[in-house]
Design a protein around this ligand. Structure first.
Ligand code: FMN
Length: 201
């Protein structure tokens, strides 16, 4: 057993070289806070389908509401700065929004507004994939469109690809949070390959 483990470790870097895949960090922003959020599950599946050598970091968007008095009084809150630093450090970002009354979630918009108040612009040139998961039949397509608009000021590199709008989202993941819809999984795999290519590897 011990010998086998060593052999595996010894061969892994060679396999990566052949496959041309570099190690990278993917940051996930689920636009809903609840633990069982379908958007949380979607970004986790996106990380799983991105391929080998991916370190997945999940952002915590439970931030205070943006308040100019808070900013003037005590500056950028620590969790906001953490989020901005995570975006800056990531090779790529995936954001998934629920649809609330045909729009992106307030949680997500609040996070984007806060990050825009930090020093520098961590989004500039960052490869980003946007997607949605919602209870309705359109899978949050209108929320996704509003998220595209919300991201416009930040000059991120929004990667195209098959649209990922997961309809009836609370019935698309198993008890472990794995996607059960093979059609969505196929599109998501293609999308994550495109995102990976945008990072250069
Ligand atoms: C305030 C509110 C508004 C909603 N509006 C919509 C909507 O416009 N379209 C839709 O498809 N689902 C709508 N839903 C249902 C959400 O898509 C559903 O709750 C979804 O599971 C939320 O994402 P989550 O699983 O990541 O928490 C709404 C839910 C809430 C709480």
């Amino acid at each position: 057993m011990g010998g086998l483990r060593v052999a595996r470790l010894a061969f892994r870097p060679l396999a990566r070289q052949r496959g041309g895949m570099k190690n990278l960090t993917l940051l996930g922003l689920p636009g809903a806070l609840r633990a069982g959020s379908s958007n949380r599950f979607l970004v986790r599946n996106a990380a799983r389908l991105m391929g080998d050598g991916v370190t997945y970091v999940e952002a915590d968007l439970a931030l205070p509401l943006y308040d100019g008095d808070l900013e003037d009084g005590t500056g950028i809150p620590a969790p906001v700065q953490t989020l901005a630093d995570q975006i800056a450090a990531a090779d790529a970002v995936v954001i998934s929004t629920p649809e609330y009354n045909k729009n992106l979630s307030g949680v997500l918009k609040n996070a984007l507004d806060w990050v825009s108040r930090t020093e520098g612009n961590p989004w500039a040139g960052k490869p980003v994939a946007l997607m949605s998961a919602a209870g309705g039949r359109s899978g949050g397509e209108r929320a996704l469109n509003s998220l595209v608009l919300a991201m416009m000021p930040f000059r991120a590199t929004l990667v195209p690809g098959p649209d990922i709008c997961v309809a009836d989202s609370n019935n698309q993941f198993d008890a472990d949070g794995l996607l059960i819809n093979t059609r969505v999984e196929k599109s998501l795999t293609t999308r994550m390959q495109t995102l990976r290519a945008a990072t250069g590897g």
